[in-house]
Structures are given as structure tokens and as C-alpha cells.
Design a protein around this ligand. Structure first.
Ligand code: NAP
Length: 406
């Protein structure tokens, strides 16, 4: 088997060779520990599913602290070019350098590769400790816009020349009432980026036979950004999916509250209210599409309902490339201790296998991980919540998962 690049067909589908080259960034802090564990589990799942017919040819690319030490750049151009070439990549967490040139390497990767959707599935895995009474009702996928909103990084420090200039402009030309010497941040939300995000969320719901897409926003207060997000979300549903979607209002006016088969219901909820609904009535929500900042808060809060950050996978998906990554950060206090839970990155790897159409291997990863948790020999974060559990190291947990790979 010769390694080869994944290719994109004209219709957007992927052409996956039997031995695709997949770039990886091992990450900073706990990154190397969880990456080693993940690679072992993914390789083992591919072999268990396909024998010698398929394998992944891993290719390391640099970023973060390792990138900076070896090339002098936090995010070398070669890394971005390699990911563009091979289309699918996976990464560990990266340190955000404080006060050094680049704002956030993670945000830069998303913006430079135009990975517009951050996709975070939140599904309960049986026996994982949860603060919910009925955690099995939690099964949602968050589509968080990834390239704009307050995370666009357009902000000026209080009392800086730029902030004072902005304040003068806003007061003098826009009649805005701004406090003296305020720091200023800008919140751009556009029709283009909203519509492509919501279209991805609706497509996901249709592909996976899910009953609803909820637009989460604070449009009651921020009318022309978050309110517009909701308006444009409904618009794209009508423009591109008119035959496959209905609004929640139509559900009651035309269908007596009973969703017709095969139609996705598009609804919207104010962000603060949705935070309580996902706790009280989680089974009413399936796909949630939301601007960047809301999505960041919501996906971590949902992760807590199904076992915490160590169990939460994620992917950043664009038109040209997709980068799969753990939801959590570098947890520096545990760096190099071979201690933390690798499940977040392992489950991100399972999402990657699904994305590649290697569904049998993805399923093997999830089944084996669940069996390992059920057996009660787990990393510290789960061990401290499960009565009678035995704590094992990150690498040993990966071995446990592999031993359950049927
Ligand atoms: P963090 O690295 O996510 O860690 C916060 C806490 O979450 C840890 O102390 C630990 O809790 C728990 N945790 C995280 N990963 C875990 C795992 N795999 N297994 C078990 N528990 C885990 O957040 P942070 O300390 O705020 O951020 C550290 C650095 O990471 C910063 O530079 C930040 O910018 C960066 N970051 C990167 C990404 C990314 O690469 N996408 C995302 C977020 C943050 P306990 O202490 O309770 O054990």
C-alpha cells in the first residue's frame, strides 16, 4: 500500500485511498501523552476493522511550542499548506502564547484554513459519571460558527491610541455613548458565514435523520448581530432546504404539533434560556447552530453533562479542509505525567474516521472505549467520580481500550 493524499471530488465528496496520509499536530502540554494514546487506538481500530487492507500513514506537522522551538514560528506556513494538501488532519491542544505575537494558534488555524464550523457532538457514554439524573437523554451536536463574532480578535486595549480613536469616532460620528477610556471589541456577524454554518447544521440533521435544528442566539438584546444570525438561519433553511424543513411556527399552524416524516423542524431559542432547557429537557434538542462565543460556552457546559472535558470530542470543518481536535486545552499542570484522559482526542479521531467514511473503524473505537470505561479501570478524572474504580495512566487506558477492540 502506497501512501496517498485524500482528494476532494467536484461535488465536494472525498476520495479516500486505502492508505491515506493524515497530518497530525501532537500539541503542547498534555498533547504528546494523549496523541500517543490516540494514535495507538486509531491504528488498532483500523486494523480490527479492515485487517491489512487499510491503514493511516501519519505525517507530523509542527505548531505551538514545538513549532516555535524548531522553526521560530508558532504556526509555520508549511503546516497550513500541508493540511490544505492532505485535507483531513488531527491535532492535540496548543498553548495560547500570552503577549507574544500570535493571539491564539488554535483560532489562527481555524481562520487561516477557513474552517467555518466547529462541530461538537455531546452524547452520553453508558457508565461515564454525570451530574445529570438522566444523562442518556443528552445527545446533541453543536455547530459553532468558527471564524467571526467577538472571537475575530478585533479589539483594542483601554487607553491605547487605537481605542481612544475608536471611542472618538463612535461618540462624534455615531452618537454612541461610550464610557471614558473603555477597552473596545468588535462583534462582526455576517449573512455569508451564518448561512454556510446553518446550512452545514441542516445538512447534518438531514444526513443523520435528526428531527430538529435550533438556532441559539441573544437576538433580543444584540438585534443586528445575534438577531440577524437567527433571521439568516431561517432564510437559508427556506432558500436551500424548503422541501426538507419546516419552522416550529408551521409545526403548530399547519401540522398540529406533529412533525411530518422526513422534515427537520427549524426553531430558535434565546441563549440564556437554552442553557436551562438543555439541563431540564435535553431530549428536545438535536442539532444546535450558534455564533462563536455562545457555542464556546454551550459546548463546554454540555460536555460537563456527559463526563467533562476529557470525554468531549470536536472537529473544525471547512469547505477545503477538516481538522479534528480535543475540546480541552493543554492542562499544563499534567504535562508529561502520562495522567490525563485521552478520550477527547480518541473520540475526535472516531469523528475523523466517520468523516472519511471508515464507519466500521469509528464504531470499533467507540465500542472499545465504552467497554474500557465499563470495566472500571480509568484515568484519574473518571476514577475520582466512579465508586470502586481503579486509576490508571493515560497510556495504560489506551492499552485497555485496545484490549477491548473486537
Ligand atoms: P484546560 O487545558 O482545558 O484544562 C482545564 C482543566 O480541565 C484541567 O486542569 C483538568 O481539570 C481538565 N482537563 C482538561 N483536559 C483534560 C483531560 N484530557 N483529562 C482530564 N481532565 C482534563 O484549560 P486551561 O488550563 O484553561 O488552558 C490551558 C492552555 O490550553 C491555555 O494556553 C489555553 O489557551 C489552551 N487551550 C487550548 C485549546 C485548544 O488547543 N483547542 C482549547 C482550550 C484552551 P482538573 O484540574 O480538575 O483535573
Amino acid at each position: 500500500m502506497e501512501p496517498a493524499a485524500i482528494q476532494k471530488n467536484d461535488d465536494g465528496t472525498l476520495n479516500i485511498p486505502d492508505c491515506p496520509t493524515i497530518p497530525f499536530i501532537e500539541g503542547d502540554g498534555i498533547g504528546p501523552d494523549i496523541w500517543r494514546a490516540t494514535r495507538k487506538v486509531l491504528d488498532s481500530a483500523v486494523t480490527a476493522a479492515y485487517g491489512t487492507r487499510r491503514r493511516i500513514d501519519w505525517l507530523e506537522v509542527l505548531a505551538g511550542e514545538k513549532g516555535f522551538h524548531e522553526t521560530g514560528e508558532w504556526l509555520p506556513t508549511e503546516t497550513l499548506e500541508t493540511i490544505k494538501k492532505y485535507i483531513v488532519a488531527i491535532k492535540g491542544p496548543l498553548t495560547t502564547p500570552v503577549g507574544k505575537g500570535i493571539r491564539s494558534v488554535n483560532v489562527a488555524i481555524r481562520q487561516k484554513l477557513d474552517l467555518h464550523a466547529c462541530v461538537r457532538p455531546v452524547k452520553y457514554i453508558d457508565t461515564v459519571p454525570s451530574p445529570m439524573k438522566r444523562p442518556e437523554k443528552v445527545n446533541m451536536v453543536v455547530f459553532r460558527e468558527n471564524t467571526e463574532d467577538l472571537y475575530a480578535g478585533i479589539e483594542w486595549q483601554a487607553e491605547s491610541e487605537a481605542a481612544e480613536k475608536m471611542i472618538a469616532f463612535l461618540r462624534d460620528e455615531m452618537e454612541a455613548d461610550i464610557p471614558e477610556h473603555a477597552g473596545i471589541g468588535i462583534k462582526p456577524i455576517s449573512a455569508r458565514n451564518t448561512k454556510r454554518l446553518v446550512a452545514s447544521a441542516i445538512t447534518y440533521a438531514l444526513d443523520n435523520n435528526l428531527p430538529s435544528v435550533t438556532l441559539m442566539h441573544k437576538g433580543n438584546i444584540m438585534k443586528f448581530t445575534e438577531g440577524a444570525f437567527s433571521k439568516w438561519g431561517y432564510e437559508v433553511a427556506q432558500e436551500r432546504f424548503a422541501d426538507q424543513t419546516i419552522t416550529e411556527a408551521e409545526l403548530y399552524t399547519k401540522y398540529d404539533g406533529k412533525p411530518p416524516a422526513g422534515k427537520v423542524v427549524i426553531k430558535d431559542r434565546i441563549a440564556d434560556m437554552l442553557f436551562q432547557q438543555v439541563l431540564l429537557r435535553p431530549d428536545e434538542y438535536h442539532v444546535i447552530a450558534t455564533p462563536n462565543l455562545n457555542g464556546d460556552y454551550l459546548s463546554d457546559a454540555l460536555a460537563a453533562q456527559v463526563g467533562g472535558l476529557g470525554m468531549a470530542p470536536g472537529a473544525n470543518i471547512g469547505v477545503q479542509a477538516a481538522v479534528f481536535e480535543a475540546t480541552h486545552g493543554t492542562a499544563p499542570k499534567y504535562a508529561g505525567l502520562d495522567k490525563v484522559n485521552p478520550s477527547s482526542l480518541i473520540l475526535s479521531g472516531a469523528m475523523m474516521l466517520d468523516y472519511m467514511g471508515w464507519k466500521e473503524a469509528a464504531q470499533k473505537v467507540r465500542q472499545a472505549l465504552q467497554a474500557a470505561v465499563k470495566a472500571g479501570t480509568v484515568t484519574y478524572d473518571l476514577a475520582r467520580q466512579i465508586d470502586g474504580a481503579t486509576e490508571i495512566k493515560c497510556s495504560a487506558f489506551a492499552e485497555q481500550i485496545v484490549s477491548h477492540m473486537a
